[in-house]
Design a protein. Structure first.
Length: 331
């Protein structure tokens, strides 16, 4: 079977994509910073390449002799991080990987973008792949839009490498070993460690369904295709209610109006800097909650990749059970 290269393979999405590829018989070459994490030690057919997104030599070792690349590595930043750091990972590394992959004769480049790459407005109208890209949002949004646009333009060239771009909404579900930013927030919420929530919400999808679509994109997607992978919009209070019912938690977070968050953002961000930690919330995070699209269409992915997203209750229920099985519940 062919060999598939993957960046971001130890991240939340990669933890699901790698085993799926191996189970289908592919050999998988994985870019790692130091060594394979413990949760991948038992997998056969997995070849680690130690390196970084900035090191061309290690990237050549990763890509040489492979048929396709799944580029899932990203700097996920909502209201934190410097522009140069975010763009170095999300834009410059994508361009570097495309150039190297094309030069080495790879057949396909599957890029994991984000729903944030698309303009959220108008929020109550259906968002599909025809929506313009978001070059005026937060730094993360701009970086994902820039990388998305670069690959879109490259795929139009004659005899170009086949490009497929996948744009999931907010992904959750087990396993989540590191954990992800959202996974950590959900764990805190389930344990009553989130005292208050603001209005608004977001579209949530199950990461296992996104992983399935990612593997299908290697085999089934037409060159140059773009796909939105979404679930359903939930308010943060509805999300918390479902999660805390499943977890058996009685301590419900209080509801705070947006103006409280907007007034206190400077103090929260200052506290985060002084503590050397990410702030509890940011101006950008509040903006996303307030203006997130309510209806995102995954119809194209449904038809062409067989994508479907399981109910949120199932995703969160499985996550809670996984926490308990892995003894993460009372960490």
């Amino acid at each position: 079977m062919p060999c598939i290269a993957i960046t971001g393979g130890t991240g939340h999405l990669g933890q699901h994509v790698v085993p799926l590829l191996i189970n289908k018989g592919y050999r998988v070459r994985l870019l790692v910073r130091k060594e394979l994490p413990v949760f991948f030690k038992h997998h056969e057919g997995l070849e680690p390449v130690v390196g970084s997104l900035e090191d061309r030599e290690s990237l050549n070792s990763l890509l040489n002799g492979t048929e396709a690349l799944i580029h899932a590595a990203a700097y996920i930043a909502v209201g934190r991080g410097k522009r140069e750091d975010i763009f170095k990972v999300n834009v410059e590394a994508t361009q570097r990987l495309y150039e190297l992959s094309s030069g080495l004769g790879l057949k396909r480049f599957v890029h994991i973008s984000s729903v944030h790459a698309y303009r959220p407005f108008p929020t109550h109208e259906l968002l599909d792949e025809r929506r313009p890209l978001n070059f005026s949002g937060g730094l993360y949004d701009q970086s994902k839009a820039a990388a998305h646009d670069y690959l879109r333009n490259q795929s139009k060239a004659v005899d170009s490498m086949e490009v497929v771009v996948l744009s999931p909404s907010s992904m959750l579900g087990p396993p989540d070993y590191k954990p992800s930013l959202l996974g950590n927030a959900l764990w805190r919420m389930a344990h009553g460690k989130v005292p208050a929530l603001f209005p608004g919400g977001f579209d949530f999808c199950d990461i296992r369904d996104v992983a399935q679509a990612t593997v299908q994109a290697i085999e089934r997607a037409a060159p140059g295709s773009e796909y939105l992978l979404a679930g359903k919009w939930y308010s943060m209070h509805d999300l918390a209610a479902v999660l805390m019912d499943l977890a058996g938690s009685q301590k419900r977070p209080k509801a705070l109006p947006f103006w409280v968050g907007e007034w206190t953002v400077p103090l929260v961000e200052l506290g985060g800097r002084l503590a050397g930690k990410a702030p509890v919330f940011s101006k950008e995070a509040l903006h996303i909650l307030k203006h997130s699209p309510r209806r995102i269409s995954s119809e194209k992915a449904n038809k062409e990749l067989g994508y479907s997203c399981r109910p949120l209750e199932e995703s969160l229920g499985d996550l809670v059970e996984w926490w308990k099985q892995e003894q993460i519940w009372k960490r």
